[in-house]
Design a protein. Sequence first.
Lengths: 424, 338
Amino acid sequence: MKLKIAGGRVIDPAQKLDKVVDLYIDDGAVVALGEQPENFVAEEVIDASGQIVAPGFIDLCAELGEPGQTRRGTIASETAAAAAGGITTLVTPPTTSPVVDTTAVAELIQDRALDSGFARVLPLGALTKGLEGEQLAPLHALATSGCIGFTNAREPIASSLVLLRALEYAATHDLLVVFQAEDRTLVANGCMHEGSTSTRLGLVGIPAAAETIEVSRCLLLVEETGVRAHFGQLSCAGSVTLIEQARLRGLPVTADVSAHQLLLIDENVDGFDSLFHVNPPLRSASDRDGLRNGLVTGTIAAICSDHQPQDEIAKEAPFAATEIGMSSLETLLPLSLIMVDEGWLEMSDLIDRLSRGPAKILGIEAGTLEVGSAADLCIFDPEMRWSPTADQLRSKGKNTPFKRIELKGRVTLTLLGGIPVFRL
Amino acid sequence: MFESKQPHRVQLTANGQLKHFITTEGLPIELLTEILDTADSFVDMGAQQVKKVPLLRGRTVANLFFENSTRTLSTFELAAKRLSADVLNLNIATSSTKKGETLKDTLMTLAAMQSDMFVVRHSDSGAAHFIASEVTPGVAIINAGDGRHAHPTQAMLDMLTIRRHKGDFTKLRIAVVGDVLHSRVARSQLHALRTLGAAEVRVIAPRTLLPRDVESFGVKVYQDLTEGLRDVDVVMTLRLQRERMTSALLPSESEYFKLYGISDDRLAFAHPEAIVMHPGPINRGVEISSAVADGRRSVILDQVTNGIAVRMAVMSMAMSGQQAERQAAIEGATTDEA
């Protein structure tokens, strides 16, 4: 299929490109920017005037619910939601049931994603069998069957010896290890950030040290082993500092943050609204500013959705008794755009954090619109105002606090390998 | 960006009347004073031979205790009966929730039995607020304790006891002693004392029993009991649960009593006319010595008596708030039709 995307402002940080230019697509790939190739007859001309054309977003953390938790979401429903959010590639954690510790589960996820055809899905494999923190999962076999990296998710490996060995083994095969850092003993039965809001609400707090202690431990072992490591969904300013220092020492470490952590803080929990019950918890305003600064300096190279769909019942209880998570694929762009509106990032830097940045973390050829690359892209109107509603959200999880809240910026078209997978 | 769902907003009608009683936080001084004034009149009534008033006649009050408490349940039951309500006591800790029924289903079922008021005790902070805002907004919710969040009727009975003994709050130095971290009573007391304009509020406890940023309640923090008790007019002790000893918060009961227990020796540092309070049940020799608990400065039994009056006051006020709101809704609907 031959497509011409006409009159859009094409922003591609990989080429340092930011100008109004036509873009030509043939056979699933970008074939030209600017000048129309000879003999090119577009089957469809997409008018992108007044809009931004960007590489498809790459989301480093989105739960899909499948296999095993399909009342929360299916690969089909959640990848359709991703497409609506402009996301063309997403990384999904191994916290399915069963967990991704066998090649069969890894392959099943990829097969279902291919069948659905809305987005490229890259599974993360479990670092240890059953995420139990005792025995190594078959890392090499899992990598061979498509796992992009390995993590023990939010099941920290208690034994530093097991962790050290897991990292050594991953380093042997040059595999990427992803940390979602938390110290279980400090989290205990906490359900929100420990601070004046948790004190007033009488909710059990999770201190910032629950994250920074685990980040420190992991960094020391990364230094010991030289493994490629990525820290996902940071919530504390202190973690950003630790990672910045490690990078200055030359450690091969990267980090991301979820869009909602850039915007929301613990005070939003005042009112016990369970839609703000997330993990890591929403932290203080100064943590939020630390995360924003990390994004500006590049210590944090990617913004992810940290999408966790939940069914309605999961959120209908007193705060601490509710399930954790926010449905956030479809709000990734408008929440991220607030960074541009408030002057923290240039538009091209924001797009870098949503596409090229995460691609580099993963070491994949994606996140660019260079001639010859796959035509994974999205077109969005940064000024369009809209308010998400439960009916309109494609995700099975309607658990977002942004329902009926006016947001700015909306994806109008998403292409996956040159094929439209979402049109507004 | 977001509309505030803070608890104190949920509990008031558009006209600022009480329709649920979930927390003392954020309530205006006029409303707290109204509760105290109303309760005052009920205290006097309790001393008479006929103790009943017909304010809640024909109404059904359901006491829903998801956490066991014989004492609190009894005082609520008595308060409802003195207001002439029909009372249903449900000890849910041992029934439906164990069968997997959700809290929401349990409450919807009880609302369908046409209850007018739920008195709710639950181990989760925010439970009463959740019920009032999400489940059954048309049923008056009285919070009888939710997790560590609030126990507003206990706090108001303490305020009533202080006012009846000491009068004007703006002249008082008050110390809250003990396990503030786990205490819903303390949180409700601190909010109420601040609103009522207490001259100085102190909290006295080791750091393991104080929540982060406790100063945000507008209190002075003392780690030393003698320092903290100096010249105070009111000593409010908090209950210390036995399981705190096994969770690395404190080394032992005897060490706690030695450092933070209220004994006559320690009380000597307070104002000579200082009163001593405790929400009960008392651990004698842990938070307070028997001599103090039974001594002339103890007002612990007055607290119990005042508790019934305060509960009668908030129950009758919340019921009339609900009624006023229903009336307003009906009138609003009629206006729309016209």
